[in-house]
Unconditional design. Structure first.
Length: 127
């Protein structure tokens, strides 16, 4: 009976060793899979960092383009406003010149009438 128990124990021992070997093999497989996943995670992290950098660069470039467009629009608006102001100034200068000319004409006419008046008085005194 002791022999049978010993054989049974040896069989059980062999069975446990086989299970242990299978478990060790599964553990090794899982460790290998973990290493693969960690490597893939690292590579994905690198790709994400590169994508983030590219996206940031693209956003910065687009921002610079938009800022340049805004500045161009501001410059265009300032140029148009400056043109309008210059047009208004020319119009006011033209009106001022017209007014000055009319005033000069009026003064000249007044002077001519005054001279004619005095010449008329002088002639009437002669007669």
């Amino acid at each position: 009976m002791q022999k049978e128990a010993s054989v049974a124990l040896n069989i059980n021992n062999i069975h446990l060793k086989i299970q242990l070997s299978k478990l060790e093999s599964q553990i090794q497989t899982l460790e290998n899979e973990i290493q693969v996943v960690e490597q893939e995670n690292y590579e994905l992290s690198q790709l994400c960092d590169e994508a983030d950098h590219k996206l940031i660069m693209k956003i910065e470039k687009e921002s610079e383009n938009y800022i340049a467009k805004i500045k161009q629009i501001e410059n265009d608006e300032a140029f148009i406003l400056n043109q309008e102001v210059n047009d208004k100034i020319r119009e006011l200068e033209f009106r001022a010149n017209e007014f000055s000319q009319r005033k000069n004409d009026s003064n000249t006419n007044y002077l001519v009438y005054l001279i004619m008046f005095f010449v008329g008085i002088w002639i009437s005194n002669l007669v």
